[in-house]
Design a protein around this ligand. Structure first.
Ligand code: NAP
Ligand code: MG
Length: 403
């Protein structure tokens, strides 16, 4: 069989630990035999980030901006323990944070659905995609404890010297204080990323905040979304037959539970953090969650939602067999290849990506799966296998399908 050709390179960001091991297996077994893979490779593994003083992360993010599509392996975000483990020069920042800042993008997370794994919420029969505004709010908050009675105020000094001042609370005892912010520009980018992604995946878009309580802060989010929708997207949504609607987060939670899925739920930073963990757990497994970062100007970065699976990696280093689930990482590759193919009008590449996804799902439906899924599958005789054996089984089906 002749290998499928690519015109534009895909930006490839390698990573750490168990997912780095899976990365190589996936390329060797499921991609390189079939595709004349053209990538611009960046090694975001922690040793290379340290050696390049994290320049490699910035270079990879800029390449993503240049070419439009990238695929990223999970990476370690260093903490104190990693400083000693990897003998680091500095506690480098989260690569995902750096890339997100360069692309000014929004993260969309969606589960991979299987007939044999029933979500906890039985009426969910389509994926629910969470869009998290990954900027500002409590994640960029300033906070301190107050030791005793005193007046807390919110003060803003404009460039021209004008001062806005409001009392937060007259403390009669010790307590806590927190200042958070967000920017219109960031909220606008968030809104455009959401509207664009809804159009590109032809799904309804829901957006929720707590605007009844937060009459300025959250209400600004609601207003910005509404204005951008009215002026830029209303017609396109009508043409695509999809809907945008805003609702209070309490109401959204109730509707989500009663829904059958099949929509995008846009959330503020904290809500998105928490709700995405709830959604992925209810759909089955973190190992089955895909993630894509979409910038307002249409750049895409695909990855798995889970981390580097450290516990499995330490077993692997000891020579033990591991059964780490490669599905989300494979789907990061297929997502990126399909998007690259779509942008380059390379139908063969798009078809290959879809066929690989089908081969993965057929393998799982036949009962061959990694250990994490065996306990979740119903109505099928499961056969727990190692990552290597699972990928081999997918390859066999893939070869059949492509022949
Ligand atoms: P994790 O790597 O997602 O793993 C947490 C646990 O979830 C694992 O120990 C495993 O449970 C299960 N799990 C996750 N993915 C799995 C898979 N593909 N197959 C089977 N089981 C899977 O999270 P973590 O242990 O908190 O973090 C490890 C490292 O990843 C950290 O250094 C963190 O900084 C990094 N991280 C990176 C990203 C990213 O690059 N996007 C995201 C999150 C975390 P059992 O041990 O019970 O089998
Ligand atoms: Mg979280």
């Amino acid at each position: 069989m002749e290998k499928i050709k690519m015109t534009t390179p895909l930006v490839e960001m390698d990573g750490d630990e168990m997912t780095r091991v899976l990365w190589q297996m996936i390329k060797d077994e499921l991609i390189l035999p079939f595709v004349e893979l053209k990538t611009e490779y960046y090694d975001l593994g922690l040793p290379n980030r340290d050696a390049t003083k994290d320049q490699v992360t910035m270079d990879a993010a800029l390449a993503n901006k240049k070419y439009g599509v990238s695929v990223k392996c999970a990476t370690i975000t260093p903490n104190a323990q990693r400083m000693t483990e990897y003998n680091l020069h500095e506690m480098w920042k989260s690569p995902n944070g750096t890339i997100r800042a360069v692309l000014d993008g929004t993260v969309f997370r969606a589960p991979i659905l299987l007939d044999c794994i029933k979500p906890v919420v039985k009426n969910w029969n389509k994926p629910i995609t969470i869009a998290r505004h990954a900027y500002g709010d409590v994640y960029k908050g300033t906070e301190f404890r107050v030791q005793g009675p005193g007046k807390a105020e919110l003060v803003f000094t404009a460039q021209d010297g004008t001062v806005q001042r409001q009392t937060i609370y007259d403390f009669e005892c010790a307590g806590v204080l927190q200042g958070t912010y967000n920017k219109d520009t960031s909220i606008q980018s968030f809104a455009r990323s959401c509207f664009n992604y809804a159009l590109s995946t032809k799904q309804d878009l829901w957006f929720s905040t707590k605007d009844t309580i937060s009459k300025k802060y959250d209400h600004t989010f609601k207003d910005i979304f509404e204005e951008i929708y009215q002026t830029e997207y209303q017609q396109a949504f009508a043409d695509a037959g999809i809907e945008y609607f805003y609702t209070l987060i309490d109401d959204a939670v109730a509707r989500v539970i009663r829904s059958e899925g099949g929509f995008i739920w846009a959330c503020k930073n904290y809500d998105g953090d928490v709700m995405s963990d709830m959604i992925s757990t209810a759909f089955g497994s973190l190992a089955m969650m895909t993630s894509v970062l979409v910038s307002p100007d249409g750049c895409y970065e695909y990855e798995a939602a889970h981390g580097t699976v450290t516990r499995h990696y330490y077993k692997y280093l000891k020579g033990e067999e591991t059964s780490t689930n490669p599905m989300a990482t494979i789907f990061a590759w297929t997502g990126a290849l399909a998007k690259r193919g779509e942008l380059d009008e390379n139908t063969e590449l798009v078809r290959f990506a879809k066929t690989l996804e089908e081969a993965c799902l057929e393998t799982l439906s036949s009962g061959i799966m990694t250990k994490d899924l065996c306990g979740l599958a119903e109505g099928v005789e499961t056969q727990p296998v190692t990552s290597q054996a699972f990928i081999q089984a997918i390859r066999t089906i893939l070869e059949d399908k492509l022949a």
